[in-house]
Design a protein around this ligand. Structure first.
Ligand SMILES: *Cc1c(COP(=O)(O)O)cnc(C)c1O
Length: 371
């Protein structure tokens, strides 16, 4: 008998059954469609939570990035600055629009887009049209420094907050600093609708346009008339019901993720070969994934193998985009920090359903390698 698998981050429905109640309502009223009261209410409740007026519920975070780029007017041949250390979903929509990504390195202070590297990029590519900023693993990028540079150069800012819902930068939610913010409700995110996303903006007319594009760009005519290219990107009313229920437990989930990270720190901080995620006075992080870096004789692979042997999931830090076969042909500005993180980093299991015993087990397995 092997023990029950411990996951990196898996779906965690509320004990109260909020999600089921909203989904049942959708069934009872036959709103099994990519529109309906759960979609409208999820948008409103989500907007209220993060403190921004306009939100469009979409089929994925990737769809949200795609429509943010369209709303920003990004077209073929436009340059878009992107972090190199991220999940491919941040970058793929840039290619959907036939724009050109330029990859910016991360910095030690935040693990996110380095303001100095960004400044260099502006010197090299003054014609850039937009910047995508990511808040990786729930750590916030240094938004003041980044926004100052972006405003000076008059570029559109898209914040990819897919991993950082609930993270605050200087007491303001990540995803609300730029012109557009996007969130993901994929199955592994801090709250989930099984699959889904949200696009937010202070500009109401842009969000209205996004809803139009996301429902096949149907003009206001009785017959089916289309003056623009459309997409089928709306969130289902059934899934929005799950989202409404999950939103009620988001604060609890953030608290638990923070507790997991603190527990790992308490259990492992005396091992000098292990490094930790940066913490900054401005940051209230959701610690979507607890990550460490390892120096010395024990390798990340040895740690991941030892965990896997006990049926515990872990994985390396994201492989930087400029090192991906598909993306290697695009420019990269930096000095190798994110590559170093990739080589040394591990994401530890950060599942909010974990109990104390399971966290202790992870700590013990890692400690045993240093004996
Ligand atoms: C998950 C994720 C996305 C994509 O979200 P989906 O809902 O899976 O399309 C985008 N960016 C980052 C950084 C992510 O982690």
């Amino acid at each position: 008998m092997t023990e029950e698998r411990i996951f990196l981050s898996s779906p965690h429905m509320s004990d109260e059954g909020y999600e089921k109640k909203f989904v049942e309502e959708a069934f009872d009223t036959n709103w099994i469609a990519p529109l309906g009261p759960n979609v409208d209410n999820f948008e409103k409740e989500f907007s209220n939570y993060i403190g921004i007026d306009n939100a469009a519920a979409l089929s994925s975070g990737t769809a949200a990035i795609h429509l943010a780029l369209k709303a920003a007017g990004i077209r073929q041949g436009d340059i878009v600055f992107c972090p190199t250390l991220t999940f491919a979903a941040t970058i793929n929509p840039v290619i959907y629009e036939r724009a050109i990504p330029v990859f910016i390195d991360s910095g030690e202070k935040t693990w996110n887009m380095d303001a100095k590297a960004l400044e260099q990029a502006f010197l090299k590519y003054p014609e850039v049209k937009a910047v995508i900023v990511v808040h990786l693993y729930g750590l916030s990028a240094d938004m003041d420094a980044i926004m100052e540079l972006c405003r000076k150069h008059k570029v559109v800012v898209i914040e990819d907050a897919a991993e950082s819902l609930g993270t605050l930068y200087k007491a303001q939610y990540t995803g609300t600093f730029g012109d557009y913010g996007i969130y993901s409700f994929n199955g592994n995110k801090i709250i989930t609708t099984s699959g889904g996303g949200m696009l937010v903006s202070k500009q109401q007319e842009k969000i209205e346009k996004v809803r139009f594009w996301a429902t096949q760009s149907r003009d206001a005519a009785r017959h089916y008339q289309h003056s623009e290219l459309g997409y089928n990107y709306r969130m289902s009313n059934v899934l929005a019901g799950i989202g409404r229920g999950q939103l009620k437990v988001l604060d609890e989930r953030v608290e638990k993720k923070r507790k997991i990270y603190k527990k790992y720190q308490a259990g492992l901080s005396d091992i000098s070969e292990i490094g930790w995620m940066p913490s900054n006075e401005w940051d209230y992080a959701n610690y979507w994934l607890s990550c460490i870096t390892v120096n010395g004789a024990v390798t990340p692979t040895q740690i991941m193998d030892a965990l896997e042997e006990k049926n515990i999931e872990s994985r390396p830090i994201w492989k930087p985009m400029h090192l991906q076969p598909y993306y290697a042909k695009y420019s990269y500005i930096g000095n190798g920090f994110s590559e170093d993180l990739f080589n040394k980093g591990i994401c530890l299991p950060s599942d909010t359903k974990m109990n104390e015993k399971q966290m202790d087990q992870v700590i013990e397995i890692i400690r045993s390698l240093y004996k």
